[in-house]
Design a protein around this ligand. Sequence first.
Ligand code: ADP
Ligand code: MG
Length: 226
Amino acid sequence: MRLEIQELGKLQVMRDITSVFAHEIRNPMQVSRGFLQLLNDPDLSDKKKRYIELSIEELDRADEIISDLLIFAKPSNNRMNRIDIGAELNRVLNITKAYSISLNVEMKYHISNDCWAYANPQKLRQCLINILKNAIESMPNGGYVWVTCIRTGDGNIEIIIQDEGIGMSKEQVDRLGTPFYSLKENGTGLGMMVSYQIIRSFKGQIKVTSEKEEGTAFCILLPIVR
Ligand code: ADP
Ligand code: MG
């Protein structure tokens, strides 16, 4: 309990700092990026060109981290509507398609009609994209991701996103959603934290089952609205 309060305090501080500074940091970064691009003259030596490219890549990476942080910091608009979850899933599958193809991953899906729940569409999309991206990234040699969306007998919409990737140990599953927990070289460790918060704000649940070297299934439950 005590730990939980400490964690919440830390999160609040992080939120405040992030929202105050993110934009201020971003502007000078964009300016530097612009000048670096101007410096990148075709006559430069390959070595110098490479240094400039590396600097731009690092700035882009910093920008990505700020984006992840901002999503989590901004309460933004938290308007909840009655949402067609299947339609949102289809949108998100379209958005992530190019990414999955680039990693040799094929997405298969079965989405039932008439799956309505209360949600904020932007946040729902953000959460689904985070989970889908992780599923895709879990398969370094390609494979399938299965996405299903159905109405359960007990009043929920059930979205399952299943991969056949590297999987997680029980300890790893338990750490999911804690800030900055990432096993990826270029991970931010913020995607799951944001996703858990989002589903909680919809009064839903996320359940994870995973087996090392076998794969992972994320199951999201949201209360049905008629
Ligand atoms: P990031 O993707 O930036 O590392 P996330 O918060 O999205 O951060 O995920 C945290 C960690 O959880 C990942 O680094 C990865 O180790 C693990 N993870 C999440 N989803 C999966 C998955 N589908 N399969 C295997 N590991 C996963
Ligand atoms: Mg991620």
